[in-house]
Design a protein around this ligand. Structure first.
Ligand SMILES: Nc1ncnc2c1ncn2[C@@H]1O[C@H](COP(=O)(O)OP(=O)(O)O)[C@@H](O)[C@H]1O
Ligand SMILES: [Mg+2]
Length: 359
């Protein structure tokens, strides 16, 4: 019998998207083919401790109460010293990692850097692509270089505010957002001047850099899945996300309200525009040098479907069975189980930077 591949699914993490990551992690662990892979579930707590948790219990239980062994990953601000006389630290041999930690320190290249150092291949984008893709200002800059339309914005840091106040020449509504986060955390739609300050303060709670973007009233939101096995990136059909009873696709609509949104598959847009958005999705994916998978989101004028704009790229998109990315691919003919298998196989083919150096 062929030896099973040791795969570690890493979930949780220190960002406000912790709970979303638990759900994504659970869905992946549930769907991983046990005939091919030996599963290790690794939970990163909100404070950054790593735990090897019992897979069965994690898959079947809601909470990660079943914490087992603590991984001797260095505690904050420390190195781990293994004293020669004490051989208690046991290595856990991992062939490949599936990191599904959304947001800061998970999706932004930090976690990917750990796997690079450990020389363990991992699913998804590398360090540079991840850290660039999480930054909405950087990605818009790169998208514009690729002639992909973007909405006007200004961005600034807390210290910029002390030096010179940025000039705002955009009409309401505006969207105020942290530059590097996700799941709509810290995002506010601002309809009038008197609400702007509160929105800015709220975004600054999550990031030192924030942006104010020209808003589209009742924007249509078109999403596209990208998958790449190392050759030519492929796209799923485009879908349309319709927030229900919510002014925009906020955190509540995404995760708390079970009837918060509808995903319309395929999006009811012209073939021409769908093709354009699929090709733009590949354009951004390639320009950022992403790997494995990503979801690219666009905002569309509800009165004119020829006016659409790149919004953002998610290099670790939500991965529950009802999340957008797996749903887009299921509709395009690839089920979540097969998708996970293909992503892991792709990761195994791509050596880490350490691996490349050694060759
Ligand atoms: N410029 C905009 N015009 C209209 N709606 C927007 C705009 N920017 C963001 N939104 C709304 O806010 C949501 C979250 O913004 P987004 O930029 O996607 O950040 P996140 O990374 O947190 O998902 C979007 O899905 C959309 O509903
Ligand atoms: Mg978004």
């Amino acid at each position: 019998m062929k030896k099973k591949i040791n795969v570690a699914v890493v979930f949780g993490g220190e960002s406000p998207e912790h709970n979303v990551s638990l759900e994504s992690g659970r869905a992946i662990c549930r769907e991983i083919n046990p005939k091919l892979y030996k599963l290790f579930c690794i939970y990163i707590s909100r404070s950054g401790e790593w735990f090897l948790v019992d897979s069965e219990k994690f898959i079947n239980k809601k909470a990660v109460s079943a914490r087992a062994d603590v991984l001797p990953y260095p505690p904050k601000k420390c190195f781990v010293v293994c004293q020669r006389a004490d051989k208690k630290i046991l290595p856990l041999k991992i062939d490949v990692v599936f990191p599904i930690v959304h947001g800061t320190t998970g999706e932004d290249g930090v976690l990917q850097g750990v796997f690079e150092l450990l020389d363990i291949p991992y699913v998804g984008s590398g360090v540079a692509a991840s850290s660039c893709a999480i930054n909405k200002v950087m990605t818009k800059f790169i998208a514009q270089k690729e002639n992909i339309p973007c909405l006007e914005h200004i961005s600034f840091s807390k210290s910029d505010l002390l030096v010179n106040r940025p000039k705002l020449e955009l009409d309401f509504p505006l969207f105020v957002k942290p530059v590097s986060l996700g799941s709509s955390v810290g995002v506010t739609k601002v309809k009038k001047q008197s609400c702007l300050k509160k929105a800015i303060n709220s975004a600054f709670k999550h990031d030192d850099n924030i942006m104010i973007e020209k808003g589209i009233e009742r924007a249509r939101e078109i999403v596209c899945g990208v998958f790449c096995d190392g050759k030519k990136p492929q796209t799923s059909v485009c879908g349309e996300v319709k927030p229900l009873k919510h002014d925009f696709f906020d955190y509540d609509a995404k995760y708390l309200d079970s009837k918060g949104f509808d995903l319309i598959l395929p999006a009811k847009i012209s073939k021409k525009n769908s093709e354009k958005m699929r090709s733009m999705s590949i354009g951004v994916f390639r320009a950022l040098n992403c790997s494995g998978f990503a979801r690219v989101d666009f905002l569309m004028d509800p009165c004119d479907e020829d006016k659409f704009y790149f919004c953002e790229i998610n290099t670790i998109p939500g991965f529950t069975s009802h999340s957008l990315y797996p749903s887009l691919w299921e509709f395009s003919g690839i089920k979540i189980k097969a998708l996970i298998d293909r992503l892991i196989k792709t990761a195994l083919k791509k050596p880490t930077k350490q691996g490349i150096r050694r060759l």
